[in-house]
Design a protein around this ligand. Structure first.
Ligand code: ATP
Length: 344
């Protein structure tokens, strides 16, 4: 395993700036997840590291070596895509063995057998090794695709939404397995996902991309609790953070620079009746959404057409159509450019 340094990389396609001045240092054994909306430049970043795209400016360093001009096959990275690409005419064993049979490696069949066996054990696919790859379920095929990356023990793994084509159950199983395998192997991983549960459970650090720029890089907790822009705040959290203009909550004392508020659903309390209305916003209950792990109350703020979602404790009685008072326990403040205004 090795460290990865993406140094001031930029890449345009015609008029589209896909990646702009991106700088990330990833330590050996770190699991960095890239999050961002569609078109933010996540896949392009992986392709630049793999050498499938050449940067306009900037360098890619792997294990202390400048790889910018090195051919993809010689960079010692593996790339797992969203859509598994197996050789249909080969068995699971031969699919897993394929990367090891490259003439560049010069491994004996005994070495190959040992390595394939080890990875099949990790993926819990030992009993499927002789199956033709066409006789596997989608989830099993994707395991084999991931296994083909794992057998190589490369310097860096690049994964582009490798679990997104799987159903929810398999995704959660493989998420846990992949994290365990990554830790066991001490693998360096750069991983793209839209799924914030994946980001939260697997990442050592999360990098948030927006319009080709890295807008924040930090632990999952930092990115959630201390986002530096409204774009980052909106990337993490389920339900999504409530984003409101300051006029929607005139009760809150705010510094003049603040134009927008971010209020997480768990940072609002629905109060018992008869509260001082001057300082507590009033709202009408629109509907209640009971999920397995939380109850969401959808509200319309009085005097505005802005809605708010509040995570209520179990059993909280709030009937659709009734009026309630709210206590905003915590809020994040942003200026007109969407940048964070620090509280105090
Ligand atoms: P998604 O989540 O939808 O996969 P992404 O964050 O991975 O998005 P990229 O695929 O890296 O985004 O694309 C970044 C921008 O670059 C987009 O505007 C995309 O249309 C553009 N782009 C990417 N590859 C090419 C290409 N080969 N030719 C032209 N434009 C491209």
């Amino acid at each position: 395993m090795a460290d990865l340094h993406i140094a001031a990389i930029s890449k345009s396609f015609g008029a589209t700036q896909a990646v702009q001045g991106l700088d990330i240092n990833i330590a050996s054994g770190e699991f960095v997840v890239l999050l961002g909306p569609s078109g933010a430049g996540k896949t392009t970043t992986l392709r630049l590291v793999a050498g499938l795209e050449a940067p306009d400016t900037g360098r890619v360093w792997i294990g202390g070596r400048d790889m910018t001009d090195v051919a993809p096959a010689l960079r010692d990275v593996t790339f797992v895509f969203q859509q598994y690409s197996l050789y249909p005419h080969l068995s699971v064993y031969d699919n897993l063995a394929f990367p090891l049979r490259s003439p560049l490696r010069n491994l004996s069949e005994a070495d190959i057998r040992a390595k394939v066996g080890e990875v099949a054990r990790m993926l819990r696919m030992e009993d499927k090794l002789q199956n033709p790859s066409t006789k596997l379920s989608g989830g099993q095929m994707q395991r084999v695709a991931i296994g083909r990356a794992l057998v190589r023990s490369p310097a860096v793994y690049l994964m582009d939404e490798p679990l997104s084509s799987l159903d929810a159950r398999l995704r959660s199983d493989l998420r846990i397995e992949l994290k365990r395998i990554q830790q066991d192997m001490g693998a360096t991983m750069l991983y793209v996902t839209h799924d914030q549960v994946e980001a939260l459970t697997m990442a050592t650090r999360i990098g948030v991309l927006d319009s080709g720029r890295l807008v924040q890089l930090g632990s999952p907790q930092e990115v959630y609790e201390d986002p530096n822009s409204v774009a980052v705040a909106s990337r993490r959290g389920s339900p999504r953070i409530n984003v409101l203009p300051r006029s929607a909550l005139p009760q809150l004392p705010l510094p003049p620079a603040v134009t927008t508020l971010g209020v997480r659903a768990e940072h609002v309390q629905i109060l018992a009746q008869r509260i001082d209305t001057a300082s507590h916003p009033r709202a009408r209950v629109l509907r209640i959404e009971r999920l397995s792990d939380q109850t969401l109350v959808h509200l319309r703020l009085d005097g505005s057409d802005h809605d708010l979602v509040v995570a209520a404790p179990p059993g909280q009685a709030a009937e659709p159509g009734t009026n309630v008072h709210l206590k905003i326990v915590q809020s994040l403040w942003f200026d007109s450019g969407g940048q964070r205004v620090r509280n105090g």
